[in-house]
Design a binder for this molecule. Sequence first.
Ligand code: LP5
Ligand code: MN
Length: 245
Amino acid sequence: MQGNTLFISDLHLCESRPHITSAFLRWLAEVATKADALYILGDFFEYWAGDDAMFDDFHQPIIQALQQLTQLQTQVFFMHGNRDFLIRECFSKATGAQLIGDPTLTQIYGRQVLLSHGDALCTDDVQYMAFRAQVRQPAWQEDFLNQTLPQRQAFIQQARTKSEQEKSTKMASIMDVNEQALENLVREYDYPPVFIHGHTHRPNRHVHHVDAHVCERYVLGDWYEQGSYLKLKADGTMMAVTIEA
Ligand code: LP5
Ligand code: MN
């Protein structure tokens, strides 16, 4: 046992930010190999058009690096984000990463830890919630995946443009986690003492009191200007670390 578990999200890996991909690959080799487990909590990729996009020159080094990691002693768990929810078993087989649902309650070093990407808690963002409900339907996804890869990529480009336009008119507060939705989730999962999520790109530690239970909520940072991760040690201490990219 290595005595630490790592959490990351929102790397948004893409060809246009090669320094971030390089920083991540370095971090995998230098830091993640010394961990018991790595949890990737969504938006690992800028977008995922389908597992058939996995064989290109951009994705292959990332997939091979994850595979090397899982072949050593580090377990890798992967949760979907709103950009890469089309990742399927093909990716999982190629990397050795185990797909986990959103949310997932797990036990790490004897403590209950609740994990989520975080977008489902942004319930004030009603336009996004409607979009999410549509694209998370299995039938919608099947239709989408039946299109050719170039057709899917073109659609995603349009959706990205529309999303950026709409985000520029939304108040910052509606794109954050809704307090009531958060409390409901904490109740539903029987008051986990630790909750970790990403998506909002607002790295922080919050302490919530829900029905007289305390829940520490850690928000992961993105990997735009720098890298960042959370490290949970076997003694229960949590560290937020940033790295240069
Ligand atoms: O992604 P981010 O963090 O910038 O913004 C999110 C929400 N936006 C999204 C949309 C994605 O970025 C689009 C790319 C998805 C790639 C996945 C590929 C799988 C196929 C799906 C193809 C569509 O998630 C944004 C939130 C923000 O987080 C904060 O929480 O506000 O939500 C929106 O902006 C949603 C809009 O309000 C509605 C989305 C419009 C997309 C409509 C598609 C129509 C395409 C055009 C056809 C002519
Ligand atoms: Mn997200």
